[in-house]
Design a protein around this ligand. Structure first.
Ligand SMILES: *Cc1c(COP(=O)(O)O)cnc(C)c1O
Length: 405
C-alpha cells in the first residue's frame, strides 16, 4: 500500500517541526517536480497557463506562490491549524485579522499589550469606530465583565504578556466567551511562546497569529507574520483579505522563514534552558523577576496547563531607573535591542524602547515600571551570559551576591 494513503502519523513536536509533508489538505502536491530537499524559491510574479481560461494551480504571486504554500502548509501542521497564511509582518497579520471586525463592533483586549498592537487598536478606535476595552486579562471575571453579547466581536489575548509576563487563561476565557458571546472570535498573539511551546487553537482560540520575525525565524534577518485558523470558513475570509490587500509574504522571505522554522525546537530548548539559569541568578540576587518558569510566578500553575515550557523572555525590576540604565548600558554580550526570539541575547528597558509609544500616564496606570529590564535569552553559553550580567551589575554599582546558577 502506498504510504501516502495511510492516515497522517502524528509525531512529537520536535519531529513535526523539521519534517515537511508535501501534500496539502486538498490533496495537491506542494513539492517541486524535481523532489528538491529544500523547497525552491519560486521567484516569479506570474505563472503561465495552459488554457485560455486560466485555471492553473498558481497564476499570480499576490494570490499564491508555491514557496509560500509550502511554508503555510508546514506552519499549519505545527500550529494544529486547519489553514495557515503568511504575511509581511506580525502587525500585518493583526491588520488582516482585525478586518473581520466591523465599524460599531468592539474588541476586548489586554492592558499589557505589545506596543504596535496598542497603536493599531488606537488607530481603529480613532478612524474606524471600533472600540477596544483594555482589561487585565489575568482576571477572567474582568474579561467577562466587558463581554457584550451584541457588540463584542473579538477577544484579543497575549500570554505571557510583554514585558510584564502575565498569564491569561485562554481556556477559561474561551469557555466563558463561547457561552456569553458565541459569535465573538478568540484571537491569540502567540509570538512569545511560539507554536512549539503553546498551541492556542487546541485551547479554544479561533485564530492564532505570530510575529514570524521573532522565534519562528530565529535570526532577526526577516520580517513576517503568520496566521493560523481553526476552520476553513475563517481561512477563506483571511485569504480573501490577504489577496485583496496584497500583503502575502514574498517568495524569498517565505523560503527564509521556512529555513528558520526548522530549527525552532533546538533553539527554543536551548534558549529556555539558559533563561531558567538566568532567572535563578537574578532571584538569588534579590530582584523581582517575572518569569513563568519560577514557582513564585503568581500564575505558574495556569501557565503550566497552557504551555509545555516557560519560554526565554523574562523581565525584572531593580527599583531604581538609574541603576537599570547603567546595567543595560554595561553589558557586553547582551545587545541593547528591541524585539526577541533571536539566537543572540538581548537586553532592553521596555518603557524607553518597545513600549515608548504607550503614553507615560497609561504606563503608570497599568503599573508598567519605568525601571523594568527585559531580557531575551539567546543560545550562548549560560555561564558567559550570567558572568556578563554579573559584571554589568557590579559596574553599575550593585553588589552581586552570587555568580552561580
Ligand atoms: C514583534 C511583535 C509583534 C509585531 O510583529 P512585527 O513582525 O514586528 O510586525 C506583535 N506581537 C508581539 C507579541 C511581538 O513581539
Amino acid at each position: 500500500m502506498n504510504p501516502s494513503f495511510l492516515a497522517p502519523k502524528k509525531y512529537k513536536p520536535a519531529t513535526e517541526i523539521v519534517h515537511m509533508d508535501c501534500v496539502n489538505s486538498g490533496g495537491e502536491s506542494v513539492s517541486d517536480p524535481y523532489n528538491s530537499s529544500s523547497v525552491p524559491i519560486y521567484q516569479t510574479a506570474t505563472f503561465k497557463q495552459t488554457s485560455s481560461a486560466g485555471g492553473g494551480q498558481y497564476d499570480y504571486t499576490r494570490s499564491g506562490n508555491p514557496t509560500r504554500s509550502a511554508l503555510e502548509l508546514h506552519i499549519a501542521k505545527i500550529m494544529h491549524a486547519e489553514r495557515a497564511y503568511s504575511v509581511t509582518s506580525g502587525m500585518s497579520a493583526l491588520d488582516v485579522i482585525l478586518r473581520l471586525v466591523s465599524s460599531g463592533e468592539e474588541i476586548v483586549a489586554g492592558n499589557d499589550l505589545y506596543g504596535g498592537t496598542n497603536r493599531l487598536l488606537t488607530y481603529l478606535s480613532n478612524f474606524s469606530n471600533i472600540k477596544t476595552h483594555n482589561v487585565d486579562t489575568t482576571d477572567v471575571a474582568a474579561v467577562e465583565a466587558k463581554l457584550d453579547p451584541v457588540k463584542t466581536k473579538a477577544v484579543l489575548l497575549e500570554t505571557p504578556t510583554n514585558p510584564k509576563i502575565k498569564i491569561a487563561d485562554i481556556k477559561a476565557i474561551a469557555e466563558i466567551c463561547s457561552v456569553k458571546c458565541p459569535n465573538a472570535l478568540i484571537i491569540v498573539d502567540n509570538t512569545m511562546m511560539s507554536p512549539y511551546l503553546q498551541k492556542t487553537l487546541d485551547l479554544g482560540a479561533h485564530i492564532e497569529y505570530h510575529s514570524g520575525t521573532k522565534y519562528l525565524s530565529g535570526h532577526h534577518d526577516l520580517m513576517a507574520g503568520v496566521i493560523g485558523v481553526k476552520t476553513k470558513e475563517l481561512g477563506d475570509k483571511i485569504y480573501h483579505v490577504i489577496n485583496a490587500t496584497g500583503c502575502g509574504l514574498s517568495p524569498f522571505d517565505s523560503w527564509l522563514l521556512l529555513r528558520g522554522v526548522k530549527t525552532l525546537s533546538v533553539r527554543m530548548d536551548k534558549q529556555q534552558a539558559n533563561a531558567i539559569q538566568v532567572a535563578n541568578f537574578l532571584v538569588e540576587n534579590g530582584f523581582e523577576v517575572h518569569y513563568p518558569g519560577l514557582k513564585t510566578h503568581p500564575q505558574y500553575d495556569i501557565h503550566k496547563k497552557l504551555a509545555s515550557g516557560p519560554g526565554a523572555v523574562l523581565s525584572f525590576e531593580t527599583g531604581d531607573i538609574g541603576l537599570s540604565e547603567r546595567i543595560v548600558e554595561s553589558t557586553k554580550l547582551w545587545a541593547i535591542s528591541v524585539s526577541f526570539g533571536c539566537v543572540n541575547s538581548l537586553i532592553s528597558m521596555p518603557c524607553r524602547m518597545s513600549h515608548a509609544s504607550i503614553p507615560e500616564s497609561v504606563r503608570a496606570e497599568r503599573n508598567l515600571k519605568e525601571d523594568l529590564i527585559r531580557l531575551c535569552v539567546g543560545i550562548e553559553d549560560p555561564e558567559d551570559l550570567i558572568q556578563d550580567l554579573a559584571d554589568a551589575l557590579t559596574f553599575a554599582g550593585f553588589e552581586v551576591k552570587t555568580k552561580s546558577e
